[in-house]
Design a binder for this molecule. Structure first.
Ligand SMILES: NC(=O)C1=CN([C@@H]2O[C@H](COP(=O)(O)OP(=O)(O)OC[C@H]3O[C@@H](n4cnc5c(N)ncnc54)[C@H](O)[C@@H]3O)[C@@H](O)[C@H]2O)[C@@H](O)CC1
Ligand SMILES: [K+]
Length: 487
């Protein structure tokens, strides 16, 4: 599990650790880790051209000491000092090692042509959008031909949330000190951070419970249910799918496809005539019930329901949603199911767990916040929805996040923008429903499903557009990838 922390959490841990160490120790650890990542990127340090962007705080100090180390190994290191003050000892160290300070007028050209740029403008001490001249320098970095390495966080990215207001440095690698910051795992910050390298400065024992966490392949390997010798199809979990309508038959097919590939022992599909015909012809494996009335009485026992993809929002759909939600098993609500719940909150009054899987637009109808506001602060809104509605929330988007009251938000790091295409959400709903039916909690089912869906999306796309059905087909390979590599 990757865990990440807010700037305040990091600062408190650093203070506790610093109190036990000689002054400057942590910065030397940080600079040593930073310099070694930079040296790896350069390949040959001797005679390479390195530009340091140095702000007024300790983030600039890290950059200066790393610059000193590279200068000692023969690099030509030039510092652009952007703040009203500069870390004094760090600057002296750089100058003593042969580095020099660059005239601000020469900064643009130096940034463009350097082999490596180290962004030490601001780290966890930043607040708000970058001020000048920092913003101008961050923009100039876009023209850089060399490697761009951010110190701790890319300047312009909010370390605690991943928000970017205005200019920000787009890094190839971010070398982060002591622990991951939340903003490095959540878009848009995650996209600016590039590859994130963690430098151990000894903070571990001082860190509190994490702000957010991200599953790794090894976590999936532990969490995913596996059939045992004594398993039969009923014991492995039966998932019910209430989805599709005469207008939207494909959603039913895709949700059932995701559920079948998600490892449930059996998938029961219940719906109206048109989607029933489609599901029957696509998936002979599913047990299909054609509903004459909006009731699940004839469907048979299930351990979890997937409710909503393509279901429609008419009275019939509302009555079916009410019947599904009146059951005593976990229910995943997606798509049209969310529209129905947004109109009639009483549907959510139930004792058994609920997992909702909205995108920002669907969540905006549920909690009355603007779509753009949700996109800009995904963590906050997912947390708020989980608390207000008393459900587990999987908020889909460029970074999918899973929130549940009093648990760290789980952020998914496996997604790909190729997944932003019609029908992939139906596959995700079916997959997560299958995991619920196998006994995973909403929190685990949602975060494992998001992880596998992302891996399957990458495998299916392989650098080219994909169709939602391809994602369902790639799920077995995605599961194999996490259960065999153990990484
Ligand atoms: N505290 C510690 O023990 C350690 C800190 N380290 C480094 O120190 C950093 C934190 O240092 P600081 O607390 O000095 O803070 P920063 O260096 O992140 O930034 C603070 C400075 O930036 C200015 N600033 C804030 N917001 C700005 C904005 N929007 N535009 C322009 N300027 C802005 C402030 O006026 C202040 O001078 C970490 O990110 C990390 O890189 C590491 O050396 C490891 C140890
Ligand atoms: K930085």
């Amino acid at each position: 599990m990757k865990t990440a922390y807010t700037a305040d959490q990091i600062r408190q841990a650093e203070q506790a650790l610093m109190a036990r160490l000689p002054e400057g120790t942590l910065m030397q650890r940080a600079a040593s880790g930073l310099a070694s990542v930079c040296a790896d990127l350069l390949g040959r340090v001797y005679a390479s051209r390195v530009v340091l962007l140095v702000g007024s705080g300790d983030n600039g100090g890290d950059a200066l000491y790393a610059g000193q180390r590279l200068a000692r190994r023969g690099a030509r290191v030039e510092a652009v000092t952007a703040g009203s003050k500069t870390h004094e000892a760090g600057l002296r160290a750089l100058l003593d090692a042969g580095g020099r300070v660059l005239d601000p007028s020469a900064a643009g050209a130096a940034i463009e042509t350097a082999d490596l740029i180290i962004d030490g403008l601001v780290g966890i001490g930043a607040s708000g959008a970058l001020r000048e001249p920092y913003a101008e320098l961050a923009k100039a970095v876009a023209a850089a031909r060399g490697h761009v390495v951010a110190v701790d966080v890319p300047s312009g990215v909010d370390a605690s949330t991943g928000r970017v207001e205005g200019a920000a440095v787009r890094a190839r690698v971010t070398v982060t000190m002591g622990a991951y910051k939340t903003g490095l795992l959540v878009d848009p910050g995650a996209a600016y951070a590039g590859r994130v390298e963690l430098v151990d400065i000894g903070l571990g024992a001082y860190l509190p419970d994490p702000d957010v966490a991200a599953l790794t392949g090894a976590d999936l390997d532990v969490l995913l249910p596996r059939p045992r010798n004594e398993s039969d199809k009923y014991r492995r979990g039966v998932v019910g799918v209430a989805a599709g309508s005469d207008l939207f038959t494909g959603a039913a097919v895709l949700a059932v496809g995701g559920a079948l590939r998600g490892g449930a022992g059996m998938v029961r599909y219940a719906g109206r005539a048109a989607p029933v015909a489609q599901v029957r012809s696509h998936w002979p494996e599913a047990v299909v019930t054609q509903l004459d009335a909006p009731s699940i009485d004839r469907v048979g026992r299930v351990q979890a329901w997937v409710l909503g993809p393509g279901l429609g929002t008419d009275d019939w759909a509302h009555e079916l949603a009410a019947a599904v939600l009146a059951s005593d098993v976990p229910v995943l609500i997606d798509a049209d199911g969310l529209t129905l719940v947004a109109k009639d909150r009483t549907l959510l009054r139930r004792a058994a767990p609920v997992l909702i899987t909205p995108h920002a637009g669907e969540l905006s109808r549920l909690i009355g916040a603007g779509r753009d506001a949700i996109e800009a602060a995904r963590l906050d809104h997912a947390r708020r929805a989980a608390a207000e509605l008393g459900v587990t929330v999987l908020l889909k988007g460029s970074t999918t996040v899973v929130a549940e009251d009093s648990r760290p938000v789980r952020v998914n790091t496996t997604g790909t923008s190729w997944l932003a295409t019609g029908g992939t959400g139906d596959v995700l709903a079916g997959l997560a429903g299958a995991l619920l039916a196998q006994g995973l909690s909403c929190y685990d089912a949602a975060s494992c499903a998001a992880y596998l869906h992302g891996v399957a999306g990458r495998l299916a796309a392989d650098g080219a557009p994909l169709a939602a059905g391809d994602v369902a087909s790639a799920l077995p390979a995605a599961i194999r990838a996490v259960t065999s590599t153990n990484s």
